[in-house]
Design a protein. Structure first.
Length: 122
């Protein structure tokens, strides 16, 4: 069975590890937490030292991430993922700039923007 690498800011990971530790008896050794600021670093800058196998196909999941990153970080991360082993894939969510800026008439855009503003104020 493969490993699961979770990268995030250290302070965010501390909260995740604490919550996960309350839900399971022990965190499996195949789950590896790597503190990494993706606004400044790319995924390839950390995992090798934590057991990441560069030559194996990898699934990268960027759920709810891109909206927190500076605009220049996103293409850098995708370029890094593009250098992964053949067969690697990426799954990601994104929000249209027009929705974030309140310029979209897509159904549900206004309520989504309101939720984003509420979450960003927490």
């Amino acid at each position: 069975m493969g490993k699961f690498f979770e990268t995030d800011l250290k302070e965010v990971q501390d909260v995740k590890v604490d919550r996960l530790g309350r839900m399971v008896a022990r965190i499996p050794p195949r789950v590896v937490f790597i503190p990494l600021d993706l606004a400044r670093n790319t995924p390839a800058e950390a995992p090798v030292s934590h057991g990441f196998a560069e030559g194996k196909p990898t699934l990268f999941v960027m759920e709810g991430l891109t909206r927190y990153l500076p605009e220049d970080a996103v293409p850098r991360i995708f370029a890094d993922i593009g250098r992964s082993a053949p067969g690697s894939m990426v799954v990601f969510t994104y929000i249209l700039r027009e929705v974030v800026e309140g310029r979209s008439d897509i159904p549900g855009a206004k309520s989504l923007r309101a939720r984003l503003l509420l979450l960003s104020s927490l």
